[in-house]
Design a protein around this ligand. Structure first.
Ligand code: NAG
Ligand code: NAG
Ligand code: ZN
Length: 424
């Protein structure tokens, strides 16, 4: 019966590799069975960014049933048995201090519209229970993660509002420092450390995210930030799309000592499939990806592993994992390597569900805590695109030119004072 279903699916979609592997490979048959019992929950997919890049978010002009310029479309989602997806509301770092907040809101909006346009495929989701419900209805639970602290523009009110709009994780940085957190490029040596990890405001953000029940994503931050958050977070943390540093020494990956701390805190590391993070080279295959799963399991056990493919956010993917329809290939490979059904189910979705449920429980525990309304010090965010309304005793700059002339005036005055002093 199962194989009939599988071959029907394969015939319908006319994907020969699937037909061969499902028909002849008992591991693939087992993988698909497990995936029908436990939702595959993926931590990071950049389809919304592709919708902006390719269509300027004009979803009316897109048919996700036939779209073939992305790693992700509806037939591929069905074939890959994608149970739940954290869609990334990502905007690049060059929007920081400019229109990052607007652009992020637009990415959140396009995910909402995608769910409304294809209600038979997607169910918008904001809780662990929603993921279970969607899976029971054969729909892909669709959650939102905001990738990069620059998207909240150092504003707790913006963070909270994004939570209200359905955002359930925030990656503390993308590939740039924010006014309150250092990013992984600091560890690589190409960005300067500005905060030695998190600034005091950065720590406020962590506390507030715990209170809200928003997952803290440590992909893209420095090892220092990883450890600071592991020290202070009440809820388990996630790495939405990072792999194992011991297997590929890329600073986007997670070192073994951090893996062990994630285990202690009952968090999760969702493995990224980007070739450059899998093999530290331009090519990779399914076996290379499975090596990361094996390594994480060896170092920190089966309870911290998940999937975070980074589809549509990367340019190079392993042979056999070219798009979201191929994810069952990894599951079959893990079974081939002796992973038990229980271990596979943990990696598929049970671990993320546990982490998410615990973050929700922390929110319930902290329900009597007040929202943090202490703003970031003005000096830490002062720039020509930001006003100081609400900050007392701050002279309002009325533009870059103006503040330059103010500076010139101050210099002139200082010089005059010096001359006066030397004259005395
Ligand atoms: C979901 O799909 C499975 C397998 O295709 C089917 O047996 C089941 O009836 C479907 N459930 C719903 C609620 O549509
Ligand atoms: C995958 O690539 C590795 C090199 O990274 C190679 O040793 C291995 O044989 C390949 N495996 C398969 C199944 O192609
Ligand atoms: Zn990323």
């Amino acid at each position: 019966m199962l194989s009939k279903v599988i071959s029907a699916v394969c015939l319908t979609l006319w994907v020969s590799s699937c037909a061969i592997s499902a028909a002849e490979d008992p591991h693939m048959a087992r993988a698909l069975k497990l995936m029908s019992e436990t939702p595959l929950i993926d931590g990071h997919n950049d389809l919304p960014w592709q919708l902006r890049k390719q269509f300027n978010n004009q979803l009316n002009k897109v048919d996700l049933n036939t779209l073939d310029t992305t790693h992700t479309n509806i037939p591929k989602i069905k074939q890959g048995k994608l149970g739940a997806q954290f869609w990334s509301a990502y905007v690049p770092c060059d929007s920081q201090y400019k229109d990052a907040v607007r652009q992020t809101l637009e990415q959140i909006d396009v995910v909402h519209r995608m769910c409304q346009k294809y209600p038979d495929t997607f169910m918008f989701a904001t809780s662990s229970q929603d993921i279970r419900t969607a899976f029971g209805q054969n729909k892909t639970a669709s959650l939102i993660g905001v990738e990069g602290g620059h998207s909240i523009d150092s504003s707790m009110g913006t963070l909270r509002t994004m939570y209200q709009l359905g955002v359930r994780y925030l990656t503390l940085t993308h590939s740039c420092n924010t006014p309150w957190a250092d990013n992984w490029l600091v560890d690589e040596g190409s960005d300067p450390s500005e905060h030695d990890g998190l600034s005091p405001f950065g720590k406020q953000v962590v506390v507030e995210m715990n209170r809200l029940g928003m997952l803290i994503d440590l992909a893209h931050v420095t090892v220092k930030v990883m450890n600071q958050v592991l020290d202070m977070s009440e809820a388990p943390v996630i790495f939405s799309h990072s792999s194992a540093y011991s297997i590929c020494q890329h600073k986007r990956n997670v070192p073994d000592d951090v893996l062990k701390r994630v285990q202690e805190k009952k968090g999760i590391v969702m493995v990224n499939f980007y070739n450059d993070y899998v093999t530290c080279s331009e090519t990779a295959n399914i076996s290379d990806v499975a090596d990361h799963f094996d390594h994480i399991k060896k170092v920190a056990g089966p309870d911290i592993i998940g999937f975070g493919g980074d589809y549509d956010g990367v340019t190079r993917l392993p042979e056999g994992l070219e798009d979201v329809s191929k994810v069952p290939n990894v599951v079959a490979e893990l079974l081939r390597r002796g992973w038990t059904d229980e271990e596979v189910k943990k990696a598929l979705g049970d671990n993320l569900l546990r982490v998410f449920t615990e973050a929700e429980a922390v929110r319930e525990r902290l329900t009597n805590n007040k929202p943090d309304d202490v703003p970031i010090p003005y000096a830490e965010v002062k720039n020509s695109c930001r006003t100081s309304h609400g900050y007392p005793d701050v002279e309002e700059p009325t533009g870059a030119a103006n503040s330059l002339s103010t500076l010139a005036l101050q210099l002139t005055l200082a010089l005059q004072a010096l001359l006066l002093l030397s004259a005395l």
